[in-house]
Design a protein around this ligand. Structure first.
Ligand SMILES: [Zn+2]
Length: 240
């Protein structure tokens, strides 16, 4: 069976909470979208509500040519919020993002989202989540939590910033579906005054590595899906 690859992008200001700049939005995200569109591949772009308000043309492009999803309102840590506050913020984020597209996919900032809050996602019309991660200790694979399909992330974005010769064997070994995570700020050079994981491997070379990654999977016959498309296929298989 062909492997399934899902390219997801957490669309936020630069390396939160360690920087306040938005170079990734100004330069990185347009480069990413252009590359994917050249290949005819659709990505899943999970915007914070605030960044969508500030960069409406990019949110609109995500909604039209790709999949637009949600990454919180202002990159808050949901595990530090009460149920009601989490609900208010998610409601506001959903309302903003819905101006640009139909939003059913979610990923919490920092992979921090309490299981009991999945009910909020269901209530607000989300259908699929990718807030769990294998590198954060999640063992169960794909599952359902309060009616939301949980599709855990496969790997951190540190792997995809390694020199290509070092990362290739990881891609070969990943089990399908492979859910990658990228950020717009990785595609511009981040200053070395930030933490190493904020600047390591960032810059224009990141775009070349993303191109290599796409070509690698295309050559091995993989299928590229958005989170929404994966959700829809999964539901169909379940019915059959
Ligand atoms: Zn984030």
């Amino acid at each position: 069976m062909a492997k399934i690859v899902i390219l997801t992008f957490d669309v936020e200001h630069d390396c939160p909470p360690f920087a306040e700049t938005k170079e990734g939005m100004k330069k990185g995200l347009p480069r990413i979208m252009k590359l994917l569109e050249e290949f005819g591949i659709r990505g899943t772009f999970l915007f914070t509500g605030r960044i969508a308000e500030e960069f409406p043309e990019l949110a609109e492009r995500a909604g039209k040519k790709h999949e637009l999803g949600c990454h919180g309102l202002e990159h808050e840590r949901f595990d530090r919020l009460s149920y009601e506050e989490a609900r208010q913020r998610l409601m506001e984020a959903k309302a903003i993002l819905s101006r640009f597209g139909d939003v059913i996919s979610f990923r919490a900032p920092n992979f921090q989202f309490p299981d009991e809050y999945y009910r909020i996602l269901a209530e607000l019309g989300f259908r699929v989540d990718s807030s769990k991660a294998k590198h954060k200790g999640w063992k169960s694979g794909i599952t359902e939590i309060s009616g939301i399909l949980e599709v855990p992330a496969t790997t951190t974005s540190i792997i995809t910033r390694l020199p290509w010769g070092l990362q290739e064997r990881f891609h070969r070994g990943f089990e399908s579906p492979i859910i990658y995570i990228f950020h717009p700020w990785e595609f511009v050079r981040m200053p070395r005054t930030l933490r190493p994981d904020c600047w390591f491997g960032t810059g224009e070379g990141a775009l070349e590595k993303l191109r290599k990654l796409i070509e690698f999977h295309l050559n091995s016959g993989a299928r590229f899906l958005t989170l929404r498309e994966f959700y829809e296929e999964y539901q169909k298989l379940k019915r059959e």
